[in-house]
Write a protein that binds this ligand. Structure first.
Ligand SMILES: NC(=O)c1ccc[n+]([C@@H]2O[C@H](COP(=O)([O-])OP(=O)(O)OC[C@H]3O[C@@H](n4cnc5c(N)ncnc54)[C@H](O)[C@@H]3O)[C@@H](O)[C@H]2O)c1
Length: 254
């Protein structure tokens, strides 16, 4: 166990990727705090960690509320005496509300950027002060392959994730000399429910003969928090089964 006694905050901790990251960080001995606006989902993922003999605490929290984020993080720090790891995983695309940008409601655009970008920055702002004071810490932001490749109907989402990627690099330049590593993991398509036709899904979304899983993402996130990754900072890792290798019109596998 390489993260024994460390405290790890995971935003979007009630989600599919957040849950997998929580289980793997806990298996390395970290105490887990799961933030999610859906408190009951955070509680369910915390129960899974506890059932596997880990330590986890769910917290119902809307990360778009900067003052509340600051209050909760300061309270956690006061109680635990440390915050070692922050994984920014809350957010997502507009899903059922996705539209071409010229037809999209600006309220939806503000919603997506508000959670994905501002929510993430609120958490980093509140946590990094404690990490700077401690002279150590690890921040892993969850981006998206969409940030580097673009996607129709996803301008708001792409803009938010592209900004996270840029922020990761600037934060690494500011914080790494103070002992804090900052990196980004950008998933490709990881289904939240098992697809009806996994082979077809795999073929459409990767160059490997299987679907991507939450554990594929969680494994890299955990690695980036371990001592052996200590010389890695300011980087973005795309975990997408090679999907971003595709060139439209040049796919000979069709
Ligand atoms: N699953 C994928 O294919 C995929 C691909 C690329 C990037 N991602 C990114 O990975 C992250 C996790 O995605 P997921 O697939 O686990 O989705 P998910 O919906 O299962 O998890 C996201 C969680 O964020 C929470 N959340 C939303 N708004 C919040 C707020 N204001 N405050 C606190 N929590 C809030 C949700 O309640 C949810 O539990 C997201 O940032 C997403 O953009 C996912």
């Amino acid at each position: 166990m390489k993260l024994k006694n460390q405290v790890a905050l995971i935003t979007g901790g009630g989600g599919v990727l957040g849950g997998a990251i929580a289980r793997k960080l806990a298996a390395e001995g970290a105490k887990i705090v799961l933030f999610d606006i859906r408190a009951e989902f955070a509680a369910r993922n915390a129960e899974a960690v506890i059932a596997a003999a880990g330590v986890a605490e769910p917290v119902g929290l809307d990360i778009t509320d900067a003052a509340e984020v600051r209050r909760v993080i300061d309270e956690l720090h006061a109680r635990h005496g440390r915050i070692d790891i922050l994984v920014n995983c809350a957010g997502g695309s507009a899903r059922g509300r996705m539209k071409s940008f010229h037809e999209q409601s600006l309220d939806v655009v503000r919603d997506i950027i508000g959670v994905n970008l501002f929510g993430t920055l609120h958490c980093i702002h509140a946590v990094s002060r404690h990490m700077v004071a401690a002279g150590s810490g690890n921040i892993v932001n969850i981006g998206s392959a969409v940030a580097v490749q673009g996607l129709v109907g996803c301008v708001d989402y792409a803009a938010s994730k592209g900004a996270i990627l840029s922020a990761t690099k600037s934060l690494a330049k500011e914080l790494s000399p103070l002992g804090i590593n900052v990196n980004c993991v950008s998933p490709g398509q990881i289904p939240r429910e098992h697809p009806d036709d996994p082979d077809d899904f795999a073929r459409r979304h990767s160059f490997l003969n299987r679907i991507g899983t939450p554990d594929d993402i969680a494994s890299l996130v955990v690695y980036l928090t371990l001592p052996e990754a200590g010389f890695i900072t300011g980087q973005n890792y795309i975990v997408d089964g090679g999907r971003t290798l595709a060139m439209q019109g040049s796919d000979l596998r069709a």
